[in-house]
Design a protein around this ligand. Structure first.
Ligand code: SAH
Length: 197
């Protein structure tokens, strides 16, 4: 993977990207493409994100080992595995039950013990386990769900694509500073839509 060339600098993120076997998260028909820098279908109309985007979003989270991280949109579980390499506590919510079950199984088979799964609408975050030092959203809502803002710790970072379901979205990083959020735009991306039950 040519991640360094694309400007990913964080050594811990690069090491995690090298270590996690992406082919374990795709179906047999996509095995040969597992290490190409592009998204791949994972069933149910969903995709595993492009490795470069996974690395970029992870780097933007500025993770420290003791951070508690919430992911919305577990999908294949690949992004959760990358997070699990970097922090002690990962929480991930997935709205499609079958995907949540499969992702959990994949992560268990690979030996990850620090990822907790929940099936449900990630709009509401995971109140019982909040606050989180970092939140990553891997499906695109049209607006940032307010519960996610509330569940972010002081100084916490949220990386989220925001925009219309069909078309391109902007990748945002929000940093919580008291009652306000510092916002940084990190360019255009294309994610699957954030759906509601
Ligand atoms: N992070 C995933 C990418 C999966 S694509 C990976 O590494 O494979 C985005 C995922 O978000 C899909 O699985 C989709 O079902 C899920 N999703 C969409 N809307 C959601 C919501 N409201 N709550 C939780 N998950 C949602």
């Amino acid at each position: 993977m040519r991640l360094k060339l694309n400007g990913i600098r964080d050594k811990r993120v690069l090491a995690a990207m090298e270590k996690v076997p992406r082919h374990e998260f795709v179906s047999e028909e996509h095995l040969l493409a597992a290490y190409e820098d592009r998204p791949l279908p994972i069933g149910y109309g969903q995709t595993i994100s492009q490795p470069y985007i996974v690395a970029l979003m992870t780097e933007l989270l500025e993770l420290k080992e003791d951070d508690r991280v919430l992911e919305i949109g577990a999908g294949s579980g690949y992004q959760a595995a990358i997070l699990a390499e970097l922090v002690k506590h990962v929480y991930t919510v997935e709205i499609i039950e079958e995907l949540a079950a499969r992702a959990e199984k994949t992560l268990r088979a690979l030996g990850y013990k620090n990822v907790k799964f929940k099936t449900g609408d990630g709009y509401f975050g995971w109140q019982e386990e909040s606050p989180f030092n970092a939140i990553i959203v891997t499906a695109a809502p049209e607006e940032v769900p307010p519960p996610l803002k509330e569940q972010l710790a002081e100084g916490g970072r949220m990386v989220i694509p925001v925009g219309p379901p069909q078309g391109v979205q902007a990748l945002w990083k929000f940093t919580k500073q008291g009652k306000t959020f510092a916002a940084e735009n990190h360019g255009l991306v294309r994610f699957v839509p954030f759906t509601r039950k």
